[in-house]
Design a protein around this ligand. Structure first.
Ligand code: ADP
Ligand code: MG
Length: 219
């Protein structure tokens, strides 16, 4: 499902080179629930962005469902990403002036189909937010905002959910609720790659990967 080969990412900063990922090779099969751990600055976010087609590596390849992501045109990559991947961030990344429904539909093409609207409303229902479809994100609690972000990530029925410390700003109860949605997705056959320091996903994770200084330090 996801195959990373010798993935390397370096940044230039004040004339010196920062190595964010250092020849990481990794195979993640369909239906796995992978937890990624590692100290701050170890490359977790860089790895997730590369897997999700959002950041070109300096070297190495990422193959998603047999498609070599960074060998494609950026339009092709955007299409693959929209079809196959849902992404959830620590800081929610919601648009404050759009309604909850509109925030979910951001994951759809520019002119959402009737089907996408139906799906968005189903997700609001599933995530306990249906009554608030016309509200704005700032009327929600942090836990509700993150549930909305997870719902948005699921709009296009992706095979993979990538989540970067999605419970980092939540109390334990809300963290458990968000992890519960990932667990349901996984039970339905989805693949999850979750960066987290928390332990809420430990009982469902099929695998824990550890990064240290951009290198795979444990699997
Ligand atoms: P983590 O998510 O594990 O905290 P990151 O993947 O965000 O780590 O970052 C890994 C390293 O790469 C850090 O040293 C970070 O400062 C550096 N880095 C990440 N993104 C950039 C960037 N856009 N420009 C420069 N350095 C970056
Ligand atoms: Mg990070």
């Amino acid at each position: 499902m996801i195959h990373c080969s010798e993935l390397t990412k370096t940044f230039r900063r004040n004339g010196s080179e920062v190595v964010s990922l250092d020849r990481v090779s990794l195979e993640i099969g369909a239906g796995e629930f992978v937890v990624v751990r590692g100290p701050s600055g170890s490359g977790k976010t860089t790895l997730l962005l590369a897997i999700g087609g959002m950041q070109q590596p300096s070297a190495g390849t990422v193959t998603l469902d047999g498609e070599n992501l960074y060998a494609m045109s950026s339009a092709g990559r955007a299409r693959a990403r929209a079809e196959k991947v849902g992404f959830v961030f620590q800081m929610f990344h919601l648009v404050p002036y759009l309604s909850l429904l509109e925030n979910i539909l951001l994951a759809a093409p520019a002119w959402p189909s009737a089907e996408a609207r139906t799906r968005a409303n189903e997700l609001l229902e599933q995530f306990g937010l249906a009554k608030r479809a016309t509200h704005r994100p700032d009327e929600l609690s942090a836990g509700e905002r993150q549930r909305l972000a997870v719902a948005r990530a699921m709009l296009n029925r992706p095979g993979v959910l990538l989540a970067d410390e999605p419970t980092g700003n939540l109390d334990p109860e809300n963290a458990a609720s968000v992890i519960g949605h990932f667990t349901e997705f996984h039970k339905a056959g989805g693949t999850v790659v979750l960066v987290t320091h928390g332990t809420a996903a430990d009982s469902v994770a099929s695998r824990v990967i550890r990064l240290e200084q951009g290198r795979l330090a444990g699997d």
